[in-house]
Design a protein around this ligand. Structure first.
Ligand SMILES: Nc1ncnc2c1ncn2[C@@H]1O[C@H](COP(=O)(O)OP(=O)(O)OP(=O)(O)O)[C@@H](O)[C@H]1O
Length: 252
């Protein structure tokens, strides 16, 4: 089953400062199968965030089609969950209320949405923080809440835009391992944008390399799971794949 299909997607911005058009995405076609984990990499300005924002429905496309589960996307919707670099949690709500917010918007009753929130919080090792407020949590914990808040909505596609870029290196590795564990357990369809080639290869089943608004390459990552840094960091296949993707990004 195909969860997400991009067909000849294009985006041209108007740059008001220069008075010129910017072709951010030229002609991009891509299929993401249900339950797949795709990471998108490429040099700064190649159009990664533009693609994600078009899939999310935040930025209107200027050409092509986006299909989620065979339905054409025309704006934001609960079928697509988004996790940003900034945590974007509601500061006046507890962690449990933040996670329960999506189910609440979908009309899920109070008892059931608290149950859903507690289930996801337990999965992310956050049960102890359920009654705390976001400003009482570390950046890494806030980002964990951001991830499970998006998952609790049961989206068809989870869109992640450099979600771990603003936490320290140690926390980032822990979050990457947790995300792979959660993904293996729930198998959501994920599109994950990152600058970090190692992160992309560690997390994904497929790495997509963009270059100047076009698809440059798709690299299958068939490393065994579960993936943990302690073993992968010494793994020759991991090193070879990371080098292959790095060369592609550098040639882009
Ligand atoms: N709102 C906008 N108006 C005009 N041009 C834009 C706008 N947003 C992005 N662009 C341009 O579109 C191109 C792609 O930008 P985008 O942010 O999608 O790239 P990116 O690969 O995500 O970059 P980075 O890795 O630096 O975040 C760039 O040339 C950028 O300057």
């Amino acid at each position: 089953m195909k969860s997400l299909v991009l067909e000849h997607l294009a985006k041209t911005y108007f740059d008001p400062y220069r008075g010129t058009q910017v072709e951010a995405i030229k002609d991009l076609s891509l299929t993401v199968e249900e339950g797949d984990f795709v990471a998108v990499v490429g040099p700064s300005g190649c159009g990664k965030t533009t693609v994600l924002n078009m899939i999310a429905g935040f930025v209107p496309k200027t050409g092509g089609r986006i299909l989620v589960d065979d339905r054409e996307v025309s704006g934001p919707g609960p079928d697509r969950g988004v996790v940003f670099q900034s945590f974007a949690l509601f500061p006046w709500k507890t962690v449990r209320e933040n996670v329960a917010f999506g189910p609440k918007m979908r009309g899920v009753g109070k008892v059931e949405r608290a149950r859903i929130a507690d289930e996801y919080l337990e999965m992310a090792g956050l049960s102890h923080a359920a009654d705390r407020y976001p400003n009482e949590l570390s950046g890494g914990m806030q980002q964990r809440v951001g991830v499970v808040r998006a998952l609790a909505n049961n989206p068809d596609v989870l869109l992640m835009d450099e979600p771990f870029a603003s936490v320290d290196a140690q926390t980032r590795m822990t979050l990457q391992e947790e995300l792979t564990r959660i993904w293996e357990e729930r198998r959501p369809t994920v599109v994950f944008i990152t600058h970090d080639v190692g992160e992309a290869v560690f997390l994904a089943n497929k790495v997509v390399v963009l270059a100047r608004g076009n698809l440059l390459a798709e690299v299958d990552i068939s490393l065994p799971r579960p993936r943990v840094w302690d073993s992968l960091v010494h793994d020759n296949d991991f090193k070879d794949l990371s080098n292959q993707v790095l060369q592609l990004v550098r040639s882009a």
